[in-house]
Structures are given as C-alpha cells and as structure tokens.
Design a protein around this ligand. Sequence first.
Ligand code: PMP
Length: 764
Amino acid sequence: MIRSLDLRGKALTKVGYQKAIPRAKLDIAAALVAIEPILQKVKSGTEADLLQLAEEFDGVRPPSIRVPQSALDKALADLDPKIRAALELSAERIRKVHNDQTRGVTTTKVVDGGVVTERWIPVDRVGLYVPGGRAVYPSSVLMNVIPAQIAKVSSIAVASPPQKEFGGLPHPTILAACALLGITEVYAVGGAQAIALFAYGMDGLCEKCDLVTGPGNIYVAAAKRALRGVIGIDSEAGPTEIAILADESARAGDVAADLISQAEHDVIAAAVLVTTSEKLAADVVKELEVRVAKTKHSARIREALSGIQSAIVMVDSIAQGLDVVNAYAAEHLEIQTQNAAQDALKIRNAGAVFIGRFSPVSLGDYSAGSNHVLPTGGCACHSSGLSVQTFLRGLHYIEYEKKWPLWLPLRDELTSLSPYGAPQVPAEATLNTNENPYAPSPELAQAIADRVHRVATTLNRYPDRDATVLRTSLGKFINTLSGTNFTADSIWAANGSNEIIQSLFMAFGDRGALGFTPSYSMHPLIAKVVGVTWQDGGRRADFTLDTAKAITEISGKKPALTFVTTPNNPTGTLLKIGEIEELAKATAQVSGLLVIDEAYAEFSKEISAVALIEKYPNVVVIRTMSKAFAFAGARVGYLVANPDVVDAMFLVRLPYHLSAITQAAAEVALEYQAELLGTVATLIDSRAKVIADLESMGLTVAPSSANFIIFSGFNVEPAQIWRQLLDRGVLIRDVGLLGHLRMTIGNEAENQKFIGALKEILQK
Ligand code: PMP
C-alpha cells in the first residue's frame, strides 16, 4: 500500500533527498491555462456570469452570489449545539495564541536626530477563501477570520463554493462559523472565480480586496499565482502533507492513524514516515492495512498512500532523519522520538511541528490554537503559515531632523530641539490649543479698537515699561476672585504666561527645576532653552500627583523651582489647596520657589493658590488671559507673588517688553471681565456633555477641571484618529501620551462635530 525507500548508508544532499521523496505531480501550468477565461469573465463580468460559472463548476445556481444575512442567522440557529461548542472552544484557543502574535512599535535612533519607526498597520480589506470540495472545513473559517480580526482588518469578506445539497448556499456549518465570528459579508462562490472576484471586485456586488488568504484546490492556487500583484496572497496552498520522524519509541498505531488522517484529505495528499526502526516500519505497514480497511474513505486513503508522494523512509540515524525532513519541508511534521522536544529544536523547515504522541496533526487541524493554514509543497523553506502577521504590514516612518551647518555657532543643547509647533491648520472645529471658542462681542471689539486708537497717537514713544496701570487692574481682578489684597507690587505681566515662565527660569534657575509629567510640555522645553536643568518627578498612572512622593523628590533634589500645574495640562487633574500647602512647606525647606501654573484655574472650583502667598512667600502663581479670559491673541500672562519675586522679574525682563497696544487691549478686556468670563459656566456644562457622549461610546475620559479633556480606550494609534478627525474638519491634539488624545471644549456646534466625526471613525 505504501512504498518503502531505504536511504540507509546514503547521505544525500538536500536536493538529493528532495528528489528521493517527490511531491505528487501538480500541473499548475495546465490549471493556469484552464482558469484564464474564468478570470477574464469575472474581471469584466457581472453577477450573472458568476451564477453561470457556479452552474458550470458547482452544478448548482445559487439564488444570489451574496449570501443573505437571514441565511447566516439561520445557519447559526440550526447549528448542532455540540458542533457550536466545539467551534467556540477552538475559536477561544486560536484567539489565545494569535492574540500573542501582535507586534509592538519599534523605534530606532539611527543617528542623532535621525529616527526610524516601524509600525504594524492592518491591511484595509481582505477576502478569505474557505474551500468546499471533498470535506467541510468550518475550522478554516476560524483559522482565517480570527487572525484577521486580531490584526484589526476593518473589512473582511468570506467566499466558499455553493453546494448543491444546500440549494446553492455554501455549507451551513461554514455559514454558521462565519455568523459565530460576526462575519456578515459572505459570497457563494468557489474556485478561481472567487479569487478573481476578490482581486477585481465587482460593481454593486463586492468591493475589491487588498489581500486574499486561505487554502483551496489547484485552480484556487493557479488563480492566486495568476492574480498575485493585482491582489496580495498568502501562499499557493497545495495538497496537504504529513511527515513523521520516528524512532523505535513511537507507537505504530499512533503513527498509522496520523498518516491516515492527512491521506484522508485528498488522493494526492502526501504521507511520509521517516524512521530508524525497521520494526516500527513493519508494524506501521500492518497497522495501515487494518485501519485503512476500516476507515470511511478507504479508497481515497489507499490511493494517497500508494502514490509516489507517500513513503516509509529508512534512515541510519535521527541525525540523518532530521536532514531528510528538513530537506522535505513538510506542511505538518510530527516528531515521535525518544527526545522529541530536543529533536524538534533542530527543525528549520516545516509549516508546523507537532511534538510527541499527544500532539497529533489532527489536534492542530482543529483546536491546538495554532493555525492550520500552512505552507505546502516544500514552501515551508521560505514561508510561514497564516498568522496575525499575514494581515499586517510593517510601515517604516523615517524622521530625520535638520542638521545644523557647522558655520552656525548654535548652542549644543539646542541642536536636537524642534520649535514649538502645535499644528496651525485650517479646520471647521479648532479644538487643539485650549482656547476659548467664544469670540469677543462687537462692543468689546469696538472698545479695544477705540483704546488702541488713542494709544496709536503716542506710538512714537516707548510704553510704560512697568505696565503699572495694567498690573494694578490685574491685582484688583485677583482680589475680587480670591478676597486678597494685592497691589501692583505683587503682580508681574508679560507676553503670555510663557514669557513669565521663561523669566522665572532666567531669574531663579541655578539649582535646576523639578516638574511632574505628563504636564505642560513647555515647562521643560523653556528650561532647556534657557539652560536650566529640568528633572521629572512623574505622576501616578491615573495622572494624579502623589504629593508624598513629590515631597520626597523635592527634599532629595532641592530644586530652586518646583512647577505644579493645576488643573493640569494635558490631563485636567486637580490638586487640593491643602496639598499645595504641603508642597509649599517642602519647597520652603529647600529654599526653593513653588510655581503653581493656574492657566486653567477659572474652570475649576478649587481655591486659587494666591491665597497661600501671604503665609508662604515662596509660592508663585502664574495665570493667563489666554484661556478662560478668551484673549489668547493678545498675549497677556501674569504672575502673583511676593513683591521680592516681582522685583527679581525686573532684572530679567527686556526693556519695554509689553507693548503699549497690548497693555491698552488688556486693560479694556479687564473692564469687560464679566462678559469674557461669562462663557466659563457654558464651557463647564459643555465639558460634562462631551464627557458623557464619549463615555457612552465606550471611551474612557479622565476627570477634568479644565476646558479640555483627555480620552482613551480606542484601539488604534492616537495619531491615526487625530488624522481621521482632521480629514473630517476637526482639529484636536495628540499630546504624545500613549493611547490618549486631548480635545479642547468648543462651542456646541464644534463639540457635536467632534463627537459625530469620532463616532464615524470608531464605527468603521
Ligand atoms: N501654562 C499652561 C499650563 C498652559 O497650558 C499654557 C498654554 N497652553 C500656558 C501656560 C501658556 O499660555 P500663554 O502663554 O498663552 O499665557
């Protein structure tokens, strides 16, 4: 029934072994000729052509090529509960194994300022082929669909041949397996025409796919070869094959059963036993006789075993046996030797390796968790089986920075920096830089214009370099909010709070600065530009500040400046006044300043840290008119502090740093404070609505006391969502926090646009 081949004493080359154990003859060239008219027909054809091809090749005319959802639902409802349980168990195991196959992002710094990042991006749309043929393989549905789903392929179609017995639908178990996995796009089409349908698409029926995977007969393989390039393919799966490397420790019954299990698939399936044991060889022959006779498909098995492609091969040693099976590169290789696990490590070429008597190939066919779509015909020497990786492409992102010319005496620490650059691109909803979305009223705009007009008549003169009027108004404003008694001596004003931050570093940077990231990214950047050492204390995983840990950091590092942002940007998290007081004490102990950046204070209910200044002269509070005050374009920031701190600011400010126009505009804005701050309550309400909307979409939003929120819980990279939102006219901010995006609360229309666009993206 099965030929024997004695290779003992004949150490051959790899090619020599391959010639000694050939595969069954497959006339791919003839198949290519046979399928050519089919491919042409599908390329320029319609559904009617597919129906006619089904009649011709499958002997049945399906009611429609697209399988209706009702048929999928019915197949699942009618599925034998035992088969359903088996499929579910297999699916769970396949998922387990394939979940571990996802690859992370790798970032390689090639040279200073030159980085290459590789990200794994799923193919957009795949077509999965599930053969009909001599047997039904619902397991092939699982083996194809699950890796594609884990790779996050967004569009998955399945094709399987129409069956005469089922009125032209694919086999009900295959439909049930599709339904079980949530696949809704299924076509009753088989053979070369299925591959052509995926490769070319068909107007009104099926969108073109980027990749097709799955096993099939010789015509499927030929179609894949002919269309590769038009569509990506996994491999040209040929007839199945098993090789078993065994010694005298193997059990003849097990070996025979496993040879039969693959021979049963096809008359040209290959079953090869490579052994050192004459006794085993003889016993296996006996076992085959007995078992084949008793098996349902005995004629098919007999033909497969007696073909040129099947053999019992005698070798001198396991070492020679390993050479033989490595040369053969079987789709399935079983190792049934004394030291199976060690011998398995010497295998280089095989689709999958099954170790020991309790790991038969049939386990891998269904529910080992491994994939059963494997390279055949010796292709295992260059290809692997189907995996999550099949559905991903490694994209390289190349990012080299400007190389500064040598003639330019740029400071060393600046060469690796890039300029601040929140994208300033046109969008219908600009929600990226935490501005107030409500523009000044026409009355306020007119009042500013009038005041600026007055100032314009004196622009030949320098402005009030101490900005006394403005500082007095700012002091009064703070006093109204916080019940304090500050005069201009405790206030410093500049072009945005960024300039205030820079001045603080210039005046007090000697012993370095400490901050707690993620926080406002300009704190460390401005420090670097000014030449101040920055150290990071970090935050908890939920972005709150661990004050006890912060105090330990302060005592240990003794920084001149400790920066705390509250509400924090970009996380929205808040610090209680009591906690700030603890930090004030700790910083005082090391003779350092505690800088509280309150850029977003108006949006929170917490008391301002200005209340601590009288008791703790080392507390410095930074505020801005850019956010709640809706005055970002004017560039006005200020600090509130002990007058000694303000005196130090005079040392580092540039002469006449705040223009007469800025001072005039800010004074008017302060007169209109009721109007400008009037939008704060609206924004707080809108914040609650946006958070509720995002949560109802299953996303996670960090609690926020600011006019922005950060959210997470989406499965793709933030940059991808950011881009897709921008494509829909919504600009938000990718702050570089793993898995998170930040969105500034806008007006009602902008928020709705954001939510609508995000829903659309996440549902895709
Ligand atoms: N501090 C924090 C925490 C900020 O988020 C910002 C701006 N995003 C600033 C300071 C600087 O604002 P400006 O210079 O506009 O006052």
